[in-house]
Write a protein that binds this ligand. Structure first.
Ligand SMILES: Nc1ncnc2c1ncn2[C@@H]1O[C@H](COP(=O)(O)OP(=O)(O)O)[C@@H](O)[C@H]1O
Ligand SMILES: [Mg+2]
Length: 321
């Protein structure tokens, strides 16, 4: 079932920036990520869903009902932002209880739900803390808990982990995914971090300057990028200029390096760099520098300046305008 439908939606600011003719459907229980560089319109879309911005055209439906004429508090959505989510003068418990009080949930029931939710986000025992007494990661757990307590039909998350350290960010990502699948929540997630999008999503929507450039599963987007823009934005990619304005795109893990010549492209080893669990080699060729990921073993057998030949496994071809 389609939980969220965005139909020909346009939202333009006075400056002319914004998003135009957006079409997007999210199924019940699906986590869909809007991915793109800063300024491409991700937040604008999320805010129109949450009701913090009015649309100029088109429609937004949740469970089949148009919601564009409802104020934010009447919409079946709740939103978590990058930062400043919690009321700083209120303890964690009061932050969580506020929305439930507004909904006239009885006191005992409020306490029960909050206690369950605190366990779910692994924050039991922190009820009496103020936001300022917690780490950024802990505050975002509480912000997500508060959003979930309102039992939204669609949860909106706008770069919720972007301000956190890499390690915490990864952990939060895994926990969010677990909670989301366990509770079967429908989520629209926004990030500019392609790795986060790939790791977290059922489906990724890649945006470019106010438009949707491509949408698909993480595998689809990674292995079958339909434009040079997507190929460039997602993961690492070598672009090799070919005759007739053709560009060959090959990922470093699909470049096989062997000694000698006679493969798809010959060249000379330029650098070999140890990057933890893999090694990166760059090779000088007539079509530019090519990056390859190689094994530790392989790295031992090559040195700078060696003549090598490259064979390309998976590749894509684009024509430049
Ligand atoms: N309140 C606003 N007034 C005018 N322009 C805005 C406003 N908010 C965002 N924009 C512009 O709209 C475009 C999309 O912004 P935004 O949705 O915030 O992008 P993202 O979240 O992908 O970084 C950008 O060009 C931005 O400068
Ligand atoms: Mg944004």
């Amino acid at each position: 079932m389609s939980m969220l439908e965005i139909i020909n939606m346009t939202k333009l600011y006075k400056t002319g920036d914004g998003v135009k003719d957006i079409n997007l459907t999210i199924r019940e229980g699906e986590l869909v990520t809007l991915l793109g560089p800063s300024g491409c319109g991700k937040t604008t879309i999320l805010r129109t869903i949450g009701g913090f911005l009015n649309v100029d055209g088109g429609d937004i439906r949740i469970a089949g009902q148009s919601i564009i004429h409802l104020p934010p508090e009447k919409r079946p959505t709740s939103m978590v932002f990058q930062a400043y989510n919690l009321w700083p003068h209120m303890r964690v418990f009061d932050n969580l209880e506020f929305g439930l009080k507004l909904r006239k949930i009885p006191r005992a029931e409020r306490a029960r739900r909050i206690s369950e939710m605190m366990a779910l986000v692994k924050m039991s025992g922190m009820e009496k803390k103020y936001p300022g007494q917690m780490s950024g990661g802990q505050q975002q757990r509480i912000a997500i808990a508060r959003a979930l307590l309102l039992e939204p039909q669609v949860l909106l998350l706008d770069e919720p982990f972007s301000a956190l350290d890499a390690k915490i960010r990864q952990q939060m990502r895994e926990e969010l995914r677990k909670i989301q699948t366990d509770l079967n929540i429908t989520v629209a997630f926004v990030t500019h971090d392609q790795e986060e999008a790939m790791a977290l999503s059922d489906r990724v929507v890649v945006m470019n300057k106010g438009n949707i450039e491509q949408e698909g599963s993480p595998q689809d987007i990674y292995h079958r990028p339909q434009s040079r823009y997507v190929a460039d934005f997602i993961g690492e990619m070598n672009f090799l200029q070919m005759p007739d304005k053709k560009v060959l795109a090959v990922r470093p893990e699909h470049v096989e390096v062997s000694p000698g010549s006679g493969g798809d492209l010959d060249g000379y080893v330029r650098t070999i760099m140890m990057l933890g669990h893999y090694i990166e080699m760059t090779v000088d060729t007539d079509h530019g520098i090519v990056k390859a990921f190689i094994s530790d073993e392989q790295a031992q057998s090559f040195g700078r300046g060696d003549a090598v030949t490259l064979r390309f496994g998976r590749k894509q071809e684009y024509t430049t305008p």
